[in-house]
Design a protein around this ligand. Structure first.
Ligand code: MN
Length: 191
């Protein structure tokens, strides 16, 4: 049985970037539904009892869709904190971003462009390759970079349910605003 993760902040802590109302639906309804659906689909399937990442790597169909969305949202919701002005990574992660993109701003611009440019529903990810270099990828639907042998570090959800109540059709504005609530300590711990 999988359970709904706890949020590491109060429901209104991410405002005005992500409203308590959006969290009420995105976390309380959408993520809860993925958890309920996976728990209903697993008994009697070959994936029952496997860790979530293994289910995502091995399954397809409804089991994959719900498991992928749980893994993606668990990483998404635990990577935020209350808004910080001038929010930026530190340490090894910051050094690697500078090395590959030249600046945090250049990295963020590519990340937002890839999120804004993903057609339909999906996720934009920053991941580490086995050699330690970083890569930004677009993953449609419920997909996760673990399927490609990558280590996922940071993700922005570009499904409309992630931003429509607060930003309506303005996906790029939503993605740009998310930088102020990224908890870079959590992201670096995933490295
Ligand atoms: Mn979502």
């Amino acid at each position: 049985m999988f359970t709904l993760i706890d949020l590491p902040y109060a429901p209104d802590a991410l405002e005005p970037v992500i409203s308590a109302r959006t969290l009420e639906f995105h976390y309380g309804k959408h993520l809860q539904a993925y958890v309920n659906n996976l728990n209903a689909a697993l008994p009697g399937s070959p994936y029952d009892g496997l860790p979530l990442e293994e289910i995502v790597r091995q399954s397809d169909g409804p089991v994959f869709n719900n498991a992928g969305q749980i893994l993606n949202h668990n990483m998404y919701f635990t990577q935020f904190r209350a808004p910080v002005e001038g929010n930026a990574p530190a340490g090894a992660l910051a050094e690697q971003i500078d090395k590959q993109w030249g600046s945090l701003e250049a990295f963020q611009a590519e990340f937002v462009a890839k999120g804004a440019g993903l057609f339909g529903s999906g996720w934009v990810w920053l991941s580490a390759r086995p050699d330690g270099t970083l890569v930004i990828s677009q993953e449609p639907g419920a997909h996760n970079p673990v399927e490609k042998g990558l280590r996922p570090l940071l993700t922005f959800d570009v499904w409309e349910h992630a931003y429509y109540l607060d930003y309506q059709n303005r996906r790029p504005d939503h993605l740009k605003a998310l930088w102020s609530i990224v908890n870079w300590d959590v992201v670096e711990q995933r490295l």
